[in-house]
Design a protein around this ligand. Structure first.
Ligand code: CUA
Length: 423
């Protein structure tokens, strides 16, 4: 069990206090990650969360294995102590009786372990069948999770949007929770890796899987409890491995339906003429060639606009999202990115994301250098006003209120270790 909690404190994204500037490069990175951390929600990562039918099955198997181990331990210990005390030298002055072979003893010594191994094998196979379901009727939705240094993209492969292309979301995976007429609603995941090995780990909803370039992993996850859960990359994958997080937002079936149908019909809003959002839109789509500022659209997709690149996370619903930099920062659920501190993080992120997240491949917009495939590249320039305009455009990318998934689920923050534990 692991709690992930960071409180908002100090100054924010890319604006370290003066003392920090004097630290060594490594310490600066560490200090930045601590000082810029703003995670208002405490969340619990636990494989003991029994709201997931996978964890329940694993729990039951573990109980049997642990119980058998205890019985064996006590049995062997008892025999050992009996032998030591019963056959002490002072009680047995005579020479020991010599014999060759004992059929009964050998049958017991071989038979008992065979029975235990068979029992555990049968139970393991049964649990494997329970946790690797092939029944399509249980699948509530299918999501392709793409792992990339250092973020996640979740694509709803069966849910084509009216604007073209399947529904997708960066770093926040929305899935249905609960059961349908007594049958658990599963989410089928297909895991891919774009560059190096990563690992999808959201223990509250089921088992983890390794993402290996060139191969796919398919499995299902489930939870009975609508809630927001923490997910992490669980395989050392580079400089920002620890900053490769995601959220799982499990919704009641009706709320999930509202989300997916609104997402399918979503088209990014057209900014009002002359507004900051419109200036941001133009910078997002075209960049600013005269100052070498790369267009955001070169790497990102926004559903219903010309921006359609899969290089970076999908930004279609950025205004609805509450996480930034693959979970490095979180905005308050109610105010979102209008919260002053959250807004400051967002501006710093756009301005120079590699400075606030080690290994980020996003270009800089303050003229500083950044790395692409190990090659140093000079960043473009945008004024603070232009960066604020881009942020204004991103904040305007909101799903309709009935599909605002952060409003629909509570953060899961208490461990439930009893079978069937409900929060
Ligand atoms: Cu991706 Cu660690």
């Amino acid at each position: 069990m692991l709690n992930t909690k960071r409180t908002c404190r100090g100054r924010s994204g890319g604006l370290p206090p003066r003392g920090v500037q004097r630290m060594s490069a490594a310490a600066v990175l560490l200090g930045l990650s601590l000082l810029t951390g703003c995670q208002p929600h405490q969340q619990t990562l636990t494989i003991g969360d029994q709201a997931s039918r996978y964890n329940t099955a694993m729990w039951e198997l573990s109980i049997v294995a642990i119980a058998l181990s205890i019985i064996i331990f006590l049995g062997v210990s008892a025999l050992l102590f009996y032998t030591v005390f019963r056959f002490r030298e002072e009680n047995n002055k005579k020479e020991a009786e010599q014999f060759h072979g004992n059929d009964k003893l050998e049958v017991v010594l071989v038979g008992f372990p065979v029975i235990i191994v068979l029992l555990l094998s049968v139970l393991s196979v049964r649990t494997m069948a329970q946790t690797t379901p092939v029944e399509e009727k249980q699948v509530g939705t299918s999501i392709t999770a793409l792992a990339k240094q250092f973020w996640w993209n979740f694509t709803y492969t069966d849910n084509e949007s009216a604007a073209g292309g399947p529904v997708a979301n960066g770093n926040e995976m929305v899935m249905p929770a609960g059961s349908n007429a007594g049958v658990p609603i599963d989410t089928k995941l297909t895991l891919q890796a774009a560059d190096v090995v990563h690992e999808f780990w959201a223990p509250n909803i089921g088992p983890q899987r390794q993402a290996i370039p060139g191969s796919e992993k398919v499995w299902t996850v489930h939870t009975d409890r609508p809630a927001i859960y923490q997910g992490n990359c669980n395989y050392l994958c580079g400089a920002s491995h620890a900053n490769m997080r995601f959220k799982v937002i499990a919704l009641a079936p009706a709320d999930y339906e509202a989300f997916i149908s609104a997402a399918q019909n979503y088209t990014a809003p057209t900014p009002a003429p002359g507004s900051a959002e419109e200036r941001g839109y133009n910078l997002f789509m075209n960049g600013k060639p005269e100052t070498a500022a790369v267009a955001c659209a070169a790497c990102h997709r926004v559903q219903g606009t010309p921006a359609n690149s899969p290089v970076g996370p999908d930004l279609s619903f950025f205004g609805t999202r509450r996480t930034l930099g693959a979970g490095m920062w979180e905005a308050p659920v109610q105010q979102g990115w209008d919260d002053p501190q959250a807004n400051e993080h967002l501006l710093a992120w756009i301005k120079h994301s590699p400075k606030v997240k080690p290994g980020s491949l996003m270009p800089t917009y303050d003229g500083s250098e950044y790395q692409v495939n190990g090659q140093k590249q000079k960043g473009g320039m945008l004024t603070d006003q232009e960066i604020a305009d881009v942020a204004a455009y991103l904040k305007s990318l909101k799903l309709p209120e009935e599909a605002n998934y952060w409003q629909k689920a509570q953060v899961f923050s208490e461990p439930a270790i009893l079978p069937g534990g409900q929060q």
